[in-house]
Design a protein around this ligand. Structure first.
Ligand SMILES: [Zn+2]
Length: 467
């Protein structure tokens, strides 16, 4: 097996580069924000756009699959070799909210190229990384002279990933027969750095909740009643203060139950990466690296679970003062989970913990949403070796391993389809996922195209799915 790049693949990609970018720009102009109900029609338009693009690419089957929320897109292209393995590519076509006034230098939904970077909401997360598979499969066919891919290729592109994938698991369960695959390739992750290509081997899971606190039935005078009735804002603040212990460990009883600890080998692999904490802090736009005692920064973000306050509010926040005991307070919390943790167990642990912390006279309601399971790829899986080889051919250098601190519904695919999950992503930390000025590096985007062009042949050649 040669690791040298294929000039036919590179030539094909170079010839189709501008057409591909025109298509991506067109798709990025559709503000498919799944979290905002007034963009529901845009999410639908985004699904229709992608299904048409996949048909144009050559997929004989390309369908929009409705869900009770936003639609997914499904496509398949059978191999001409009936014995070939079946691969399911996962990505998403919805995006995080974005507005110019959040700090964008240009309209988030009017893509612009500056210094070989394409700026737009969704450029890296995840439209760019979904779309590179279209040019990738065309380059694979052009370079090999095949009429159909070397593997049975399926795509499932979700429409609610940025909203916590509320209907994804049910969709996968309902359509498990058509989605059946020997491996899942997730293209919704990143790599270490532009000059350090890496393959991600796991993702954290996510559990999210909102806690509404109610004290008096309405705002009341803090002179007439203060000191004698409970304050919901104080209750919210006390709960936040109780979330972590002095070692920055999550203090919710049962929270760490089942956590798969890092092996020494994994800790060594992490430690070998060229990690510069100061430059990482600049990317994080933060001023100190703090977290769970006994773990490095990389271990904290990749392999340790967290509890974060995403929002906190209550009472008067206008100019001047208003001497009240507020009627309401609100917390939004989220928990990143690692392999071995189960979102349902975390929900129960949070509810039990909160019940013991909130004082009498404060009524409260906890609403959980958007549970996503964690997942971890076996390091020795042959398909992982194919991804590694394809990527090292495209980048012309060795590929290392990382994990991803973010969350995706990949573990549902792993669980429902019984297929291993592999990650192929070319985004880098400075791409600004979920932040203003999200971008994708065009050179890396086309390395992604090239990796996808090599992958299907390598998988078919090196991996038999036969039991
Ligand atoms: Zn994403």
């Amino acid at each position: 097996m040669s690791h040298t790049p294929d000039s036919a693949v590179r030539t094909y990609i170079a010839e189709h580069r501008e057409t591909f970018l025109d298509g991506l720009r067109e798709w990025l102009r559709i503000p498919s924000v799944s979290a905002q109900p007034d963009h529901a029609a845009d999410v639908l338009r985004s699904a229709d756009w992608l299904a048409a693009k996949l048909t144009e690419t050559g997929f004989p089957v390309a369908e929009v699959w409705p869900t009770p929320g936003a639609p997914a897109v499904y496509a398949e292209w059978p191999s001409d070799d009936p014995e070939a393995p079946t691969v399911l590519v996962y990505g998403h076509h919805d995006v995080q909210p974005a507005a110019r006034e959040d700090g964008w230098d240009s309209d988030p939904f009017e893509p612009v190229v500056r210094e070989n970077r394409l700026y737009a909401r969704g450029a890296a997360d995840d439209k760019g990384q979904v779309l590179f598979h279209t040019l990738g499969v065309r380059a694979h066919l052009a370079a090999t002279g095949r009429m159909a891919p070397a593997v049975h290729l399926k795509l499932l592109i979700e429409g609610e990933e940025e909203s916590g994938s509320p209907h994804f698991r049910a969709l996968v369960q309902e359509r498990a027969g058509r989605l059946a695959a020997d491996a899942v390739i997730v293209s919704d992750t990143g790599m270490w750095a532009a000059d350090t290509p890496t393959v991600c081997t796991g993702m954290r899971g996510l559990a999210e909740c909102e806690i509404r606190f109610q004290g008096p039935d309405q705002d009341i005078h803090s002179g007439s009643f203060g000191g004698a009735v409970p304050n919901p804002a104080t209750a919210a603040a006390r709960l936040v203060a109780a979330l972590h212990d002095e070692h920055a460990r999550v203090a919710i009883p049962g929270f760490y139950d089942g956590v798969v600890e890092l092996t020494d080998r994994e800790r060594d692999l992490f430690a070998e990466l060229p990690f510069d904490e100061r430059s990482w802090l600049r990317t994080a736009r933060s001023y100190a690296a703090v977290g769970e005692a006994g773990h490095t920064t990389l271990e904290r973000i990749w392999a340790r679970p967290t509890a974060e306050v995403n929002g906190i509010g209550g009472g008067y926040q206008g100019p001047g003062s208003k001497t009240i005991i507020p009627s309401e307070a609100l917390l939004k919390l989220s928990f990143r989970l690692v392999a071995g943790q189960d979102p349902e167990h975390i929900e129960k642990a949070v509810r039990d913990w909160a019940a013991g912390q909130i004082p009498p006279g404060i009524r409260y309601e906890i609403v959980f949403s958007g549970a996503t399971r964690p997942c971890l790829t076996p390091l020795d899986h042959p398909a992982l070796q194919s991804v590694t080889r394809a990527m090292s051919r495209a980048f012309e250098q060795p590929v290392r391993y990382t994990r991803e601190g973010g969350s995706g519904p990949a573990a549902d695919l792993q669980e429902v389809l019984g297929a291993p999950v592999l990650f192929l992503g070319i985004s880098i930390p400075s791409d600004g996922w979920h932040a203003p000025n999200e971008k994708v590096e065009l050179d890396l985007l086309f390395k992604g195209v090239e990796t996808a062009a090599y992958l299907w042949g390598d998988l078919a050649e090196h991996w038999s799915h036969a039991p």
